[in-house]
Write a protein that binds this ligand. Structure first.
Ligand code: HSE
Length: 386
């Protein structure tokens, strides 16, 4: 199988290559590395040459093109490439084609049958979902699938890496300056804890670089992600309902909405959920359903010890586990379920569904294009260790 890789150097592309290496995905593949800026230079594998990512004729020589280059590249290249008559598989991390009728959004641990059906009817464009949406579904899709859910409110806590590499660097620089500011109040024997607060506020109100994030994120949180949409949502909030329905191909509409918040973590998106069920379901049954959803599902007992051990970004980052915890019935009534979930948005929220989409295509090619369900192939490897 000939595979063209575009955008392999960026954050998602780097995680994708790392995961493909870990899982031995490169074996048996003929890979061409494309570039938008360094044509002719050596690729990431010694002896390989970088080719122009806008060279349609060369792209069209591949069975599969995988791009993590971003929406502008997809806008510029996808249609012209299809117009050359190329009917290979396009696997894309960008949001551009997610709602395209000719595309399927891939998250095979929760929508293997949707992917199978799409491939059977000739769909050749496979797109990764939004990070927060994919992680939400990795955590609670079985409840939606069973038709138990009336609505979901999701309040997110999204890491700086979701805003890109420059945002990560800016957060690190903000943390460094705050740390330097704390030196004096932490060293002075007579310092008041309020001095720590005063230093923080002073730096946040004028002493921290904010070009990327728009405001201080270190020691702070920012309730705005992406651009404004009609009705007061941000685009990140808008995606929740639209993409959940698209991924699961839900028959009954389920309102899914909330407030998306950027927090001063480096990696992993967390979500606090209120789930309104049509009718009460025993907590034990909910835990059993969520815990057995797929090999990376994990129900964390609603205790302080388990929560502090397993249900936060520092515990989850770099792993494929998607823990869900703080599960309980709420005071609003027995049909109201509280839950909290965390996942690595660069893995299940970006790179992992793409490498698995490629694996699905390879299995199908190996099986002569049969409809062998990717769900049957779920491997409990989870080897992406910190
Ligand atoms: N839209 C997401 C965010 C990117 O801003 O966090 C996925 O990580």
């Amino acid at each position: 199988m000939r595979v063209g890789l575009v955008g392999w150097r960026g954050m998602v592309g780097s995680v994708l290559r790392e995961r493909m290496q870990e899982e031995g995905d490169f074996e048996g593949l003929e890979v061409t590395y494309f570039t938008t800026s360094q044509v002719g230079e050596e690729g990431p594998v010694p002896g390989t040459e970088l080719h122009d990512a806008h060279d349609l004729e060369r792209l069209a020589r591949h069975d599969v093109v995988i791009t993590c280059q971003g929406g502008d590249y997809t806008e510029a290249v996808y249609r012209p490439l299809r117009e050359t008559g190329w009917d290979g598989y396009w696997i894309d991390a960008a949001s551009t084609l997610r709602l395209d009728p000719d595309a399927v959004v891939v998250l095979d641990p929760v929508n293997a049958e949707v992917i199978d059906a799409a491939l059977e009817r000739g769909v050749r464009t496979l797109v990764g979902g939004n990070c927060t949406v994919s992680l939400l579904l990795m955590a609670v899709a079985p409840l939606l699938r069973r038709g138990w859910v009336e609505w979901i409110s999701t309040m997110t806590y999204q890491a700086a890496s979701g805003a890109g590499a420059a945002a990560m660097r800016e957060l690190a620089e903000q943390i460094r300056r705050l740390g330097a500011g704390f030196e004096a109040p932490l060293s002075a024997a007579d310092a008041s804890p309020l001095d720590l607060d005063a230093v923080t506020a002073k730096l946040q109100r004028g002493g921290l670089p904010c070009d990327e994030l728009g405001a201080p994120l270190a020691g702070n949180l920012l309730p705005w992600i992406d651009r404004a949409m009609p009705g007061g949502q941000t685009r990140e909030e808008w995606k929740a309902q639209v993409e959940c329905h698209r991924i699961l191909d839900l028959e009954r509409p389920v309102p899914i909405d909330g407030v998306c918040v950027r927090v001063g973590t480096m990696r992993c998106h967390a979500q606090a959920l209120t789930i309104k069920l049509h009718e009460a379901v025993e907590l034990e049954e909910i835990e059993a359903v969520l815990g057995s959803a797929h090999p990376w599902a994990e129900v964390v007992p609603n205790t302080r010890e388990a929560t502090l051990e397993r249900l936060h970004p520092a515990a989850v980052t770099g792993t494929l586990q998607v823990p869900v915890g703080r599960l309980r019935t709420m005071l609003q009534g027995s049909e109201y379920l509280a839950a909290y979930t965390v996942g690595d948005q660069l893995l299940w929220g970006a790179a992992e569904p793409l490498r698995r989409a490629l694996a699905i295509l390879r299995r199908r090619a190996g099986a002569g294009g049969s409809a062998a369900s990717p769900a049957a192939e779920l491997a409990p490897s989870g080897s992406a260790a910190p």
